[in-house]
Design a protein around this ligand. Sequence first.
Ligand code: PAP
Length: 335
Amino acid sequence: MAQVELEADNVLTGEEEDESLLLSMSSSSNKLQTREGWWTTFVLNDGCWMDRQAAMSVSLVRAQFVPRDDDVLLATYPKCGTTWLKALSFAIANRHRHPVVSASDHPLLTQSPHDLAPFIELPFRHIHPLAAALDAIPSPRLLGTHMPHHLLPPRIGCRIVYLCREPKDVVISTWHFMNKVIEGFSIDFDKAFELFVDGCSPFGPIWNHYLGYWNKHVEEPDRVLFLKYDDMMADPAGHVKKLAEFLRVPFTDDEVDAGVVEEVVRLCSFEKLSRLPVNSSVVAGRIGVDERPMKNSVFFRKGKVRDWKNYLTEEMAKKLDAAIEEKLKGSGLTL
Ligand code: PAP
């Protein structure tokens, strides 16, 4: 973190209205460090890089979100499989209300996983209506977040499922995503890669994000489940069972015999979800990273492990691997 702070190139003065609100909610300082980020200036918000809108949103969530003990928070660093985790968790938790076997009217067939397990911090500045919408969701709520653990609202004590992913695949996925959702996105991949390795990426450094939740998982394994995208891809059925146990709705032997686990895997697979009209062609009412409407299709690209091999040079791969290894050293977390 010290390294990132040293490289910050200037400070905000709080001139704009949004920024002064942000500053008034910020935990300590009256100045936020900034740096040219991927598509706009990023601010360092309590050790976490994000654009100003995200920083506003984080501050507003911390001030306004009313947590419940029976919430389940689905937490991810962006592009680590959030959409998949939301779909799986929703399908598992609601399977008695919405059976997955031979279902023709399952909510996942007509709604985006992001609408079935909404983010607590989006859409950015417009948190007031969102806070009311979140309040209206009956318990137990499934909610998503990209916020690092240390920035979560102070009173959150609910169970958390965290999903991480091989960072080399994350940087590739993020690059493609930003190209789709940010108008005029223009920095070249090499520059974005360097920023990522330096820790300056949306909600980065990625290693701090991973470690924040990893350390909580080590402290409280029954409250914080820690999953890896690559492992889930290798054994989706095993992870669906594990997730069900954590969500306190384990599969019965009869369900296992009837193939319910495999049906959940199939319903939530990339192949199934990405081909549904709601996820492939519909323009969602969702406000995106730069506050423009965003299509649900932006959440589906390839859904593969090791796609980085098609983009990174050997040298780049080694550089990122070395940075991650150094940052995770001694934590017990391996990727
Ligand atoms: P978010 O963090 O922006 O909310 P997130 O779902 O984490 O979105 O990112 C999308 C990634 O998950 C994409 O990865 P890719 O760019 O490497 O392809 C997307 O393809 C992948 N993804 C989306 N749905 C699924 C799924 N059902 N199974 C596996 N991967 C998925």
